[in-house]
Design a protein around this ligand. Structure first.
Ligand code: ATP
Ligand code: MG
Length: 505
């Protein structure tokens, strides 16, 4: 896709918890690259720029009925009758690559890596669109900073350096963990369970879906207002159904029972209102925050990461005052930069990326990449279960032939060193290479833990006139913006086969 011929770029951000789409025309982009038009979603009493990643599928198991708030509400309504059992309801899922299947022409389709989209976008933002920090636009070549993308499902961390010509270089392999906003929701769920018990909670969740949904929607709103300065109780409306189930299960009134829990001084129930102290509310953030802070501290031990001057906080969870405060107070020697509407930065960045795709110059590989091959069997090294017999003697199958190593810096669009292979049998008219990634530096077999099959490439052997060991096939890998292209080429004839695999595996 030649960037200058594009008239319109639309981007879809499928997040674990929230998704959205936005677009901009080329002329708009030229006037103000940060200006995009974003789909507005209606969530009952409010409008938001992203909707819950929730899909409701019709009883035929194939047709999408609704998405987002609409799916949530409809499912809750269906649940009032027994009808809902035939429907399929999905939430908190990452719809990674199935868009491709939605009929978008491959040529017009690109995947933007989230931290890179965020970085590209924030470098364009003026000072007045920052909540905190002076912004990235003033960063000079050589400046290094961390991008902390805290979403619903995960916190993803990358370290970037500003290169000449508006490009970026990745200087540490991306890392992170499942410490996003969902962990706070989970802590709230555990808190409710500690008040009412497992059995009551499970019954409430299955028998009163609508009330359950409303309780968590209410929490989603309240959670966003918690800050380190909060000191007022937070009030939740406790559905009648929950009180009723509690009464039936325990024969006791819920408000009395709460007095017997460890929350006796922190939680009060009056009629249908549950008042929760600010301390309890703030504690719900502890696990998610602590995990991220420890991970960043660990990363800071690396000499390359130590050189960063700032941390750029993006993703919806970065809008949390609790989270912002924890990052600022734990990393006082670096500047913390937070753009406004941090949750929309990846989406808007993806639009910018579509208009100007070649923004990443070098990246640090998150995985080891290679192909499956065989080698002469050596019983002192190889596992006997891997032994296979060939005309020229026993060979060891499933060997991981490494092309790119985890942590290796690769220049985007550059081809890495090629390796040569040859067919195993004289009558073989094609060679198939199965491509794998691994989380290990030097895996021995493609069946080792951490190895994942990504795809394959199959090259025909056109010249059968020479002995098989001269029918050399050269395999090379090239890192594109977000994908790896694997090329297999018969050396003598130039016969070539290629496959593109995305980075996100
Ligand atoms: N002001 C806020 N305070 C606290 N949490 C917030 C705030 N705003 C958003 N969140 C939380 O941020 C999360 C959503 O962030 P985002 O939209 O970036 O995630 P996502 O893209 O769905 O997830 P992921 O990137 O992990 O796939 C939710 O858990 C939401 O509750
Ligand atoms: Mg996200």
């Amino acid at each position: 896709m030649a960037s200058n011929s594009i008239l319109l770029v639309a981007a879809i951000d499928f997040g674990t918890t929230y998704s959205g789409w936005a677009f901009s025309f080329k002329n708009e982009y030229k006037t103000d690259p940060t200006k995009t038009s974003t789909k507005h979603w209606f969530g009952g009493h409010f409008i938001s720029l992203k909707a819950p990643t929730t899909a409701l599928i019709k009883p035929d198991g194939k047709t999408l009925d609704s998405f987002g708030y609409e799916a949530e509400t409809k499912y809750a309504n269906l649940a009032c009758s027994d009808e809902y059992k035939a429907w399929y309801y999905f939430r908190h899922f990452k719809m990674l690559l199935h868009v491709r299947k939605a009929g978008i022409n491959e040529e017009n389709f690109r995947i933007a890596l989230e931290p890179e989209a965020a970085s590209i976008f924030c470098r364009l933002l003026p000072l007045e669109r920052m909540v905190e920090g002076r912004g990235l636009s003033s960063f000079k070549t050589g400046s290094k900073y961390m991008v902390l993308d805290a979403g619903g499902g995960t916190v993803d961390i990358s370290v970037h350096e500003v290169m000449p010509g508006e490009k970026l270089k990745e200087i540490h392999k991306p890392s992170g963990g499942p410490w996003g906003g969902i962990q706070v929701d989970e802590a709230f769920k555990q808190f409710i369970i500690s008040l009412v018990g497992d059995t009551v909670f499970c019954r409430f969740q299955t028998e009163s879906k609508e009330d359950y949904l409303n309780l968590f929607r209410d929490f989603e709103i309240k959670k966003r207002n918690i800050s380190p300065e909060s000191n007022n109780n937070v009030t939740f409306y406790i559905p009648f159904t929950l009180k009723e189930i509690f009464q039936k299960e325990s024969g006791e009134d819920i408000s009395n029972a709460i007095k017997q829990t460890r929350y006796v001084d922190q939680v009060f129930m009056l009629d249908d209102k549950l008042r929760v102290s600010a301390t309890v509310m703030k504690n719900l953030f502890s696990a998610a925050i602590q995990s991220t802070v420890s991970h960043v501290k660990e990363l800071m031990k690396d000499s390359k990461v130590q050189e960063i001057s700032s941390i750029l906080m993006v993703g919806g969870f970065s809008e949390s005052k609790m989270f912002q405060d924890a990052i600022k107070s734990n990393f006082r020697n670096v500047a913390v930069i937070i753009p406004r509407e941090a949750g929309l930065v990846v989406l808007n960045g993806a639009v910018v990326f579509g208009h100007s795709p070649l923004s990443i110059a070098e990246r640090v590989c998150k995985y080891t990449y290679g192909v499956s091959t065989t080698t002469q069997f050596d019983e002192t090294i190889h596992d006997v279960s891997k032994r296979v017999e060939y005309d020229d003697g026993p060979r060891c199958k499933d060997m991981f032939s490494k092309h790119i190593e985890i942590g290796q810096t690769v220049a985007v669009e550059d081809t890495t060193e090629q390796k040569s292979y040859f067919p195993l049998r004289e009558d073989q008219t094609n060679v198939k290479f199965v491509i794998y990634s691994s989380t290990e530096k030097s895996p021995m077999y493609v069946t080792d833990e951490g190895c994942v099959k990504l795809g394959s490439v199959n090259v025909d052997i056109l010249d059968m006139s020479v002995p098989r060991k001269q029918r050399t096939v050269l395999v090379s890998m090239r890192c594109g913006g977000t994908e790896i292209e694997v090329t297999a080429k018969e050396k003598r004839t130039g016969q070539t086969a290629r496959v593109k695999l995305n980075f996100l595996g």
